[in-house]
Design a protein around this ligand. Structure first.
Ligand code: NAP
Ligand code: G4F
Length: 363
């Protein structure tokens, strides 16, 4: 892997970016965007027993990015990643990003998603305070607050170990900006989805299951809280806002959203409509999939991003559902015909085989 790092000359004018979490949904899309803009792109990945580069392969950029092993709990590896890549811009996307898991692993989530941000900011302060820094903040910060829509001035009310870790990340980013003059921005991104979304998140769980049910590969779909409402946008558009924030003259924080809110139930209806099936025949609500606390409703007001970054969403709810269901349908059809390609769904276990603390308590 290291061979790739030293494999190419960097011209003096070529901008360099380091992306933590390049193997994730946003990391992959952002890497593609920056490569298209002429950046030399470095990305950190975790050593796993089985490599996890399918998203980079899917976007056909695996050979174009430079990979550096690093873990957010290991400061030395972060320092090394910065020393090797010497970035102009650092996009910090790596995190334990699943809210459900944060209830199972609250301490690990705090370490990785919260303290991990300080490890990176400290490394920047020590090594090169001129590096521009993007922090992947989240609409989960607003949690169970009662505003009808949320903007940069709305009070936070986090409702999960994930959200409180992100709140820490948000504030430490502001503290390094104000205290040390580091160019550090928070992108407060509302939920954004795509065919590269992880299978545990509700949108992709639905699109993948709908495709399998339509093809006779799955009988039912078990879900938790259908009444939760989210502001869902399209991930490739959202990563563009990250880039735009780091091109400004001054660092600031921005809400990125669509200003629409839809329930999980509405997502289901739309998704099953695409394959001409009635969702009620296939979906079972499973109390075991409810979270100890859930965020009821999110809707983001992106007026500041529109005014100052010139950013606005183009893909809205119905089109997003269509993109996701059609792509999962297409993948399963190709797979059944014998085609082989980089993909996550084929190795994903049935959720009933995953025994969590919640399952044990209820049984
Ligand atoms: P994702 O697909 O889950 O990707 C997370 C990335 O973090 C993966 O590359 C993962 O590596 C890496 N990672 C996890 N633990 C790590 C550790 N201990 N050390 C180093 N790397 C680690 O998440 P995403 O949807 O792209 O989201 C990107 C960021 O935006 C996250 O910080 C997330 O919390 C935040 N965010 C996401 C949304 C959204 O709707 N997508 C909204 C707001 C904020 P592996 O591939 O090895 O697991
Ligand atoms: O898809 P979700 O797991 O996403 P959630 O919790 O909103 O978090 C995502 O968005 C955040 C931004 O607001 C990010 F910061 C975070 O990293 C992540 O990307 O769940 C959405 C809703 C929840 O209310 C959940 O209770 O769907 C509900 N839901 C109902 N049944 C389910 C299920 N969620 C999942 N994952 N699985 C279910 O079976």
């Amino acid at each position: 892997m290291r061979k790739k790092i030293f494999g190419g000359e960097t011209s003096k004018t070529m901008k360099k970016a380091l992306i933590t979490g390049i193997t994730g949904q946003d990391g992959a899309y952002l890497a593609k965007l920056l490569l298209d803009k002429g950046y030399r792109v470095y990305g950190t990945y975790r050593r796993l027993s089985t490599p996890n580069f399918w998203r980079l392969q899917y976007l056909d950029i695996f050979e174009k990015v430079n990979l550096i092993p690093a873990d957010l709990i290991d400061t030395a590896s972060i320092v090394e990643a910065i020393e090797i890549s010497q970035p102009d811009e650092l996009y910090h996307l790596a995190a334990q990003s699943f809210v459900g898991t944060s209830f199972e692993q609250p301490i690990g989530t705090g370490e990785i998603t919260g303290l991990g941000v300080t490890r990176i900011l400290e490394a920047i302060r020590e090594l090169n305070p001129k590096i521009k820094f993007y922090q992947a903040s989240s609409s989960e910060l607003y949690g169970r607050g009662n505003s009808r829509s949320q903007n940069e001035n709305t009070p936070f009310c986090p409702a999960s170990p994930y959200a409180i870790a992100k709140l820490y990340g948000y504030w430490i980013t502001r503290i390094y900006r104000q205290g040390y003059g580091i160019f550090a921005c928070n992108g407060i991104l509302f939920n954004h989805e795509s065919p590269l979304r992880g299978l545990e998140f509700v949108t992709r769980k639905i699109s993948n299951s709908v495709a399998k049910i339509a093809l006779g590969l799955q009988k039912e779909l078990r879900l938790g809280n259908l009444e939760a409402k989210r502001d869902w946008g399209y991930a490739p558009e959202y990563v563009e806002s990250m880039y735009l924030m780091l091109q400004k003259d001054k660092p600031d924080d921005y809400v990125i959203a669509t200003n629409e809110t839809h329930s999980v139930r509405e997502f289901l209806e739309e998704a099953f409509k695409i394959v001409n099936l009635n969702w009620k025949k296939y979906v079972k609500v499973d109390k075991l999939l409810y979270r100890p606390l859930d965020v009821e409703r999110l809707r983001g007001d992106y007026a500041k991003a529109k005014k100052e970054l010139g950013w606005e969403p183009k893909v809205k709810f119905k089109e997003l559902v269509k993109i996701m269901v059609e792509e999962d349908l297409n993948r399963w059809q190709r797979w059944l015909k014998g085609e082989r390609f980089p993909w996550d769904a084929i190795n994903y276990p049935d959720e009933h085989k995953i025994l969590s603390r919640q399952y044990r308590l209820d049984r």
